[in-house]
Design a protein around this ligand. Structure first.
Ligand code: ARG
Ligand code: GLU
Length: 744
């Protein structure tokens, strides 16, 4: 008896532990009321679903803004002040930088609105409303239709629906598939294009820790930047003009000064890009055992070469810093993802899930007929697609990404085919877009580095166990030249493509003559040969098989939702607005290792390496630390918090997402995940998946104390929800008693 109750107690404890970690799910804001409100409130949320998403009144969603299609941002003042990550605003900050006036290095703070810097090619998008349009979109679609028929019916439905809608001026309509095409939602959006840079800390704060600390905790990065949305006099979107005025939002986020503690409710609201939560085990196995290792190995080689170059020469370091960061970001992510998939026993979990799926199907004949063979079909299809998928990754990573010159060479072929098809108009149109790109490209390009990458990766390509046909005559050419190094040297020396002057000279020539020279160029020829070989041997087969898989995936998704009726499903991320909720929590990735959920300025000081490009700290910040001049931004322990961890289910695209407390105030800014948990894109595991956020108080501290941009802090609304709640609690019992008496 005693033993039994102890077991029961342990089970209860495990259950409670599980619940208190809950964080899985990227939920649709308009469905929170039906699916999540109760759960969220039981985790400590004091708001209603209507406070988060409402069509009829200002709600949190009106403060959440898609930032240039990739990141998230949020409004934090009545005058359209916009907060996002430093790495999201990086391109804009860089574009205003020069050697003389290096905003990346020194930071930037507009002292008044007049000094705010306009940006080309930057837009931010609001959601006006979201509607389920599945019925309309799937009208007339039947199970008997082929994929093509189905898609064409859907396209027709969407087109006629869009025509019937009369969006207001400035509104746009987008219809997107969810649950692998089982549901469709319409998004009415509004996009502003006059968005100006207001402030950014120096990189030694905004990118502190750089690649070494990327995807890692403890983290000490102040990864934020500030922009402002401008509108026409009517508060509507308008092209840039000095007459534009600061945008007046329907809602902006107040900022809490009360900080976070382990267990506090956290809501992350933003635009996650892409996840794959519902894959069959055969797909997960392929990602884990075949595709990820190949991509990691390729980038490993490329990164080592670039790194050696960057270490040998300061100018190269600057030229390659951003490119290196981009390549290293996902290289490191995939390594973490693979480790996490193993550690979380993703395969074991998927197998168990699939067994359950099959067992339940057996109880229902019609369902079994419809879904019973899916898993076997996947197994077969994934086997079939594997060589194509692997070759595709090799081609993309080697020919299209990591050897820089191959991309540029392929543009020459594009010019050629545009000329052949559309004459000088086609040629000149593309050339006009190409020239500014090339100007930028050569600024940060070193042929001597790329030549080494070429030699190393092309050798890998030739030796890889992939579809032979894609390799062209690379092997023979290398042999003829006496190895890949010599082959690369000869190519880079004889081609005009690596040379900026020769390139621009050629582009200024008459199209016909230019094309003749291009056609003779060995690198341009090679790019064409490899691209043709890929098209002939892989493209079509891959896309055919992939279409079959996509189709099955839609049916499998439908099956999962019909079979596991007790489970609440959320759709995979697809760059649409989502809410994820969780709690502030540390984690323990390995035996004897436990991370606290909050990091402090003290930890940045521990990492400080004077003059280092990753771990330098500005003098002013060191001074503030010395004198403990923290103003109202310190934690109750007297230290300045920098980052904290939560159980929110996030992914790429959630960068810049606001972290919101139980009452709707901003407490942080999402910017990363922990390495051990990056497999959450495929297999979320509440025990080790954590998102990383900058504490809002650190942002305020940097803006106010470090930068002296106090006018910006004054523009914000700072609040004390925890302190206020205590005051209310003390007053509350009286009120409650009164009410009860009245009712009784
Ligand atoms: N890992 C984060 C993300 O996926 C941050 C990337 C930017 N920072 C960097 N050191 N590369 O985007
Ligand atoms: N840094 C990522 C981004 O730019 C977010 C981190 C993640 O993948 O969770 O979107």
């Amino acid at each position: 008896m005693k033993k039994n109750s102890r077991i029961l107690l342990t089970l209860c404890f495990i259950f409670i532990l599980k619940i208190s970690y809950a964080g899985e799910g990227m939920w649709l804001p308009q469905l929170l009321k039906a699916l999540n409100e109760g759960d969220m409130q039981s985790m400590g949320m004091k708001m209603s679903a209507e406070d988060i998403y409402s069509v009829n009144q200002g709600s949190l969603k009106d403060a959440i803004v898609h930032f240039n299609g990739g990141c998230t941002s949020e409004i934090i003042s009545a005058e359209g002040l916009l907060l996002t990550n430093h790495h999201c605003g990086y391109g804009q900050i860089q574009s205003h930088s020069s050697v003389k006036n290096n905003l990346l290095k020194n930071g930037f703070w507009a002292k008044s609105k007049k000094e705010e810097l306009p940006n080309d090619n930057l837009e931010v998008t609001f959601i006006v409303r979201i509607e389920d349009v599945s019925k309309m979109v799937l009208e007339g679609v039947t199970d008997e239709m082929s994929t093509k028929e189905r898609q064409s019916q859907i396209d027709k439905n969407i087109a006629s629906y869009k025509q019937s809608m009369r969006p207001l001026k400035h509104e746009e309509i987008q219809i997107k598939p969810f649950f692998k095409g089982n549901q469709y939602f319409m998004f009415v959006t509004m996009t502003y294009t006059d968005v100006r840079l207001v402030g950014a800390p120096p990189e030694s704060i905004g990118k502190f820790g750089s690649d070494t600390d990327n995807w890692v905790f403890p983290r000490h990065t102040g990864d934020f930047s500030l922009f402002r949305i401008y509108a026409g006099a009517d508060n509507m979107p308008a092209d840039y003009s000095i007459d534009n005025v600061p945008f007046k939002p329907k809602h902006f986020l107040p900022i809490s000064l009360d900080g976070v503690e382990e267990g506090d409710f956290t809501l992350v609201f933003g635009y996650p890009g892409r996840t794959n939560q519902y894959l069959p085990s055969s797909a997960v196995a392929q990602t884990m055992n075949v595709l990820n290792p190949a991509k990691i190995a390729i980038r490993d080689k490329a990164l080592k070469i670039v790194d050696a170059g960057m270490r040998s020469d300061e100018a190269i370091r600057i030229q390659y810093a951003s490119k290196y960061a981009r390549i290293a970001n996902y290289w490191k992510k995939w390594i973490g993802e693979n480790q996490g998939l193993k550690k979380s026993d993703a395969m074991g979990r998927k197998h168990k899930y699939e067994q359950d799926f099959m067992t339940r199907l057996k109880a229902d004949r019609t369902m079994h007929v419809k879904y019973g063979s899916l898993l076997n079909d996947f197994e077969k299809l994934y086997k079939e697609i594997e060589p194509y998928a692997l070759t595709r990754d090799y081609y993309n990573e080697i020919v299209r990404r990591n050897i820089e010159i191959m991309t540029v060479a392929s543009y020459m072929n594009r010019l050629e085919s545009l000329y052949a098809n559309n004459g000088a108009t086609g040629y000149n149109g593309f050339k006009a877009r190409l020239e500014p790109f090339l100007d930028d490209f050569y600024k940060n390009y070193r042929p001597e580095i790329d030549q080494k990458v070429f030699a190393s990766l092309m050798e890998m390509y030739v030796n890889a166990d992939i579809i032979e046909g894609v390799k062209g005559d690379l092997a023979a050419m290398a042999k003829k030249h006496g190895g890949f190094d010599k082959y690369a040297k000869s190519l880079f020396e004889s081609s005009f493509v690596p040379n900026k002057n020769q390139m621009f000279k050629l582009l200024s020539a008459d199209p016909k003559m230019a094309i003749e020279s291009m056609q003779k160029d060995p690198l341009v020829q090679l790019a064409k040969q490899l691209s043709d070989a890929y098209d002939a041997n892989v493209s079509k087969e891959y896309s055919n098989l992939n279409t079959k898989i996509t189709d099955l995936m839609r049916i499998y998704m439908e099956g999962q939702m019909k079979v596991f009726t007790e489970k609440k499903f959320f759709p995979d991320a697809n760059s649409t607005m989502r809410v994820t909720y969780g709690k502030v929590a540390g984690y323990s990735p390995r035996d004897a290792v436990t991370y606290n959920p909050v990091s402090y300025l003290d930890g940045a000081i521990e990492k400080y390496v004077p003059g280092d490009y990753e771990f330098d700290i500005p003098k002013k910040l060191l001074d503030l630390y010395e004198t403990k001049d923290y103003g109202q931004y310190a934690d109750s322990n007297g230290k300045v918090p920098i980052c904290f961890l939560g159980t929110n289910h996030t992914t790429g695209g959630n960068s810049g997402s606001p972290v919101i407390d139980a009452h709707g105030n901003l407490i942080g800014l999402n910017f990363d995940r922990v390495w051990e948990g990056t497999m959450s894109d495929i297999n979320y595991d509440a025990s080790i998946c954590r998102n990383i956020m900058v504490d809002a108080r650190y942002i305020l501290f940097i803006v106010d104390k470090f930068a002296g941009a106090t006018h910006l802090v004054k523009e914000m609304k700072l609040v004390h929800p925890k302190k206020d709640a205590k005051v209310i609690k003390m007053e509350e019992p009286k009120k409650k008693k009164k009410r009860r008496r009245r009712r009784g």
